[in-house]
Design a protein around this ligand. Structure first.
Ligand code: ATP
Ligand code: MG
Length: 377
C-alpha cells in the first residue's frame, strides 16, 4: 500500500484529507499531529507528501533534502494552496513541488492527482531498478574483459621463455649439426621437447584459470603427494640451473617437515604458485647463495615457504608487488615483466589461501603461501 505523508497545518484540510485518503492509502501524520513545527526529524519513508503553504514555508529545506536524498527517483510533493496564494508561488517553490491543488479541495481532483503522482514515483522506481541492473551487467562485462586481457598477458609472459629456449636450441642444432655429438644432440632435443610440453601445460593451466574465474568450472582437487610433487619441481629447477653458464650457481634445497604429505589441491595452480616463487628466488639471488624451499602440513593447511638470500625488496615497494607489471625499484638489470607475483596471488586467492612476505633489502626474502587443504593421510 502506498504511503502518503500529510504535512498540512490547516486543521480542516487535514481532517478532510485524512478521511478521504485513509480508505486507499496508508496515511502518515507527523508525531506532534497538531504542531507541525515539531515534526522533525521524520525518518519514516513515504511515496508522496501532501503539504500546505504554511508547512512548506517552515520546512522547505527539509523538503529539498528529502527530494535530493531520493534522487534520481522521484519523491513527489503535492502543494495545497488557496487561489490567492498561487500567485505568490516563486520559482523556488516549483523546484520543490511537483503539483498543486487549490483549496477548497475537491475529492475527485485530489484522488486523480494523488494517483498520477504515485504512478510517476512507481515509474521512476522501475527505471532506477533497470538502470541498476544494467550497471551490474556492464560491470560484469568489464570484469570479464579485464580478465581476458590479463589472461592474454599471462600467456604471452609465460610462453616467451620456453619459446626463446626452443628457438635457441633449434638454431644451435641447425648451425652446429655436424659438430655436435649424438649425445649432445639428444640432450638438446629432449630439452626442446620439455620446453614445448611446458607451453602445452601452460595453455591447459590458462584455460583452466579462465574457466574457474568465469565460474564455469569447479576446482579439480585431486589427492596429491605434496612431497613428491615438490621434489619433482625442485629437480626441474635444479636441472635448469645446471644449464646456466654460472660457475657458482644458486643452490636450491628442499626441506619437507611432514612425514605424510598427502593433500587435495589443484595441481596446475599449485605448480604456477611455487614455480613463480622459486624462479623469483633464484633470479633475484647472487651466485653461491642458497634458496630454501620448505613444506609443512597441518591438519587443515599446507604451508610452503621460499627463502632466499638475494637482493631483498625495499619496504616502500612491498605493498604493490602483487599488482600486475609492478617491479621493485632495486631490480637493476635483472629481466622481468612484473607479472609472476600477480599470477601467484590470483592462484592463491582461487584456492582461498593467503600469501605473506618478509623481506629486507640486501638481506633476502621469505615468501610464505598457506593453502587450506582437504587432508588425505
Ligand atoms: P616476471 O613477470 O618475469 O616474473 P618479475 O619477476 O619482475 O617478472 P614478479 O615475479 O611479479 O615479476 O615480481 C615482482 C617484483 O617483485 C620483481 O620485479 C621484484 O622486484 C620483486 N621480487 C619478487 N620476488 C623477489 C625476490 N625473491 N627477491 C627480490 N625481489 C623479488
Ligand atoms: Mg617473477
Amino acid at each position: 500500500m502506498s504511503q502518503i505523508l500529510l504535512l498540512v497545518e490547516q486543521k480542516e484540510n487535514r481532517r478532510l484529507l485524512l478521511e478521504w485518503l485513509a480508505v486507499y492509502y496508508e496515511v502518515l501524520l507527523p508525531n506532534s499531529g497538531e504542531n507541525s513545527e515539531k515534526f522533525l526529524p521524520f525518518n519514516q519513508s513515504f511515496d508522496l507528501a501532501i503539504i500546505d503553504g504554511l508547512a512548506l514555508k517552515r520546512h522547505w529545506q527539509w523538503v529539498a533534502a528529502q527530494k535530493q536524498a531520493e534522487h534520481p527517483v522521484c519523491l513527489p510533493f503535492l502543494l495545497i494552496t488557496s487561489r490567492s496564494d498561487v500567485g505568490m508561488a516563486t520559482q523556488f517553490i516549483w523546484q520543490s513541488i511537483d503539483d498543486l491543488i487549490i483549496a477548497p479541495i475537491e475529492k475527485i481532483e485530489l484522488q486523480a492527482r494523488v494517483e498520477i503522482l504515485l504512478r510517476s514515483r512507481q515509474l521512476s522506481l522501475t527505471l532506477k531498478l533497470s538502470h541498476d541492473q544494467l550497471d551490474r551487467t556492464l560491470q560484469t562485462a568489464q570484469e570479464l574483459n579485464e580478465m581476458k586481457t590479463s589472461l592474454l598477458y599471462m600467456i604471452a609472459h609465460d610462453v616467451r621463455n620456453p619459446l626463446n629456449f626452443i628457438i635457441g636450441t633449434t638454431q644451435l642444432l641447425t648451425q652446429y649439426k655436424s659438430k655436435l655429438t649424438d649425445e649432445k644432440t639428444q640432450e638438446l632435443l629432449d630439452k626442446t621437447q620439455a620446453a614445448a610440453k611446458g607451453i602445452d601445460q601452460l595453455l591447459d593451466d590458462v584455460l583452466l584459470l579462465g574457466r574457474v574465474e568465469s565460474g564455469k568450472t569447479g576446482f579439480c582437487l585431486l589427492p596429491l603427494d605434496l612431497a613428491t610433487f615438490c621434489n619433482e619441481l625442485v629437480e626441474e629447477f635444479q636441472s635448469s640451473l645446471k644449464l646456466k653458464p654460472q660457475t657458482e650457481p644458486v643452490t636450491l634445497i628442499f626441506v619437507n617437515h611432514s612425514p605424510s604429505a598427502m593433500a587435495c589441491l589443484e595441481v596446475s595452480l599449485l605448480r604456477r604458485i611455487l614455480g613463480n616463487l622459486l624462479s623469483n628466488a633464484i633470479k633475484y639471488s647472487p651466485p653461491n647463495t642458497e634458496v630454501i624451499f620448505e613444506l609443512k602440513l597441518t591438519e587443515t593447511e599446507a604451508i610452503f615457504s621460499v627463502q632466499d638470500a638475494g637482493i631483498g625488496i625495499p619496504v616502500a615497494d612491498q605493498g604493490r608487488l602483487f599488482e600486475s607489471f609492478y617491479r621493485a625499484t632495486n631490480v637493476g638489470r635483472i629481466p622481468g615483466t612484473g607479472l609472476g607475483l600477480s599470477i601467484v596471488k590470483k592462484c592463491v586467492d582461487l584456492h582461498g589461501g593467503e600469501i605473506t612476505l618478509i623481506s629486507e633489502e640486501g638481506v633476502g626474502s621469505i615468501f610464505t603461501v598457506t593453502l587450506p587443504i582437504d587432508r588425505k593421510t
